[in-house]
Design a protein around this ligand. Sequence first.
Ligand code: G6P
Length: 474
Amino acid sequence: MNSVLVASNRGPVSFTVSDGGELTMKRGGGGLVSGLSGVVKDDGVLWVCAALSDGDRSAVRQAPGGRIDHAGYDTGPVRMLDIPPATFHRAYNAVANSTLWFVNHLLYDIPNAPNFGTKFEREWESYRDYNGAFALALAEEAGHGARVMVQDYHLTLTPAMLRAERPDLRIAHFSHTPWAPPEYFSLLPDEVAREVLEGILGADHAGFLTDRWAQLFMDCCERLLGAEADRVARTVTHQGRTTRIGVHALGVDGAALWQRAGEPDVESHMTALREQVGDRRLIVRIDRTELSKNIVRGLVAYGEFLAAHPEWHGRVVHLAFAYPSRHDLPEYREYTASVQRCAQEIEDAYATEDWDPVILNVDDDYPRSLAAYRLADVLLVNPIRDGMNLVAKEGPVLSPHCALVLSREAGAAAELGPHALLVNPYDISGTAAALHEALVMPEEERRRRREQLHAAATALPPDRWLAAQLDALA
Ligand code: G6P
């Protein structure tokens, strides 16, 4: 039995099957996983996650009780849930990624979506089943009075389901995303909105990345559930139970990041990039190709900047790394195509024999991203809306003098805003002007700002972020 458990959709490891049927394990990807993996390696901590692929499912089927660690793989304690593929697909793609993610990032093209009909009812049923499978596994694995840390929008119903099963447990839920204002959140069918809010309120502690998202969650609880929110004590009371609301602004582990960024593979990418761009100034962006990241408007803004400032032609390069994400969803495939089209238009308009104004890379290469951070003069982070955005925090740690152009709609703006150049992500001309201001910022000012960005970015590294939430459950 375990005394601390973590639950998230994506786990710390994943498996692929070769043609010959052999399984290979690799570390799981993505921000949440890399943040948590470093700190959740303690023997007492069990990580419960879903099998995401055929490789994962084969590994689970060979592992006694789904315990990957008991099957002899070199991982911390992990239990992977073999949820039927159709149920998983509806819960993960249709509900979590196409509905809850869209609501909390305000991504709908409102005249056309969302549409909640019988198809959605079935999808919602699967989301309930998927959350129920997590609740059941956690209830089986948790020791008496154990602390359980449930992560993100995939698992909003699990806290209440688990509490019903095991009232002795102390349960936390953490939202890594923004939260929507009540008028947008109530696009969801009333019963669904209620279930999501009451699901999270099943926890003792509901955590958010910034005060802004925490306040919006409390607004939704007041307006949609008639719950009582105490803004000073940061609590929500509903049907006789009180949930504490916490704000934990996840930051980066500066020392670990530096250590990784100093390795030879990163150094050789730096050399290659320098050969490619010469001594030109670099505007860097690094994102998943994700609708909320606003990559297209960022490229259009760079195009406007080039149109307004011919003096920079041939002297600056925009390195845009947009690595693949959620390609099961048609919106994401189309978005990737728009990003590529837009970069091509800039090339067509401005490229010369010896100057590529934009270099777009759409494949994932972590050491190359670290190399780009180290070389950046300007880092562009312009999401429509973002829970935190760790790129905005990693860049200033690794670049000795980069200026940060940052969307005011990123959670990171709460801490980094005073030292960044803040932009309205929809304001293309404003973003173009900020890119210019960042490029011409005097060296002394950029170094001073970068030091302050660095301090703010490393204020709450993942180990202390997790410890604070465990303490809140003590
Ligand atoms: C981003 C979000 C996390 C989320 C993750 C899921 O990193 O900030 O909140 O859990 O995406 O990504 P995935 O690739 O697992 O769908």
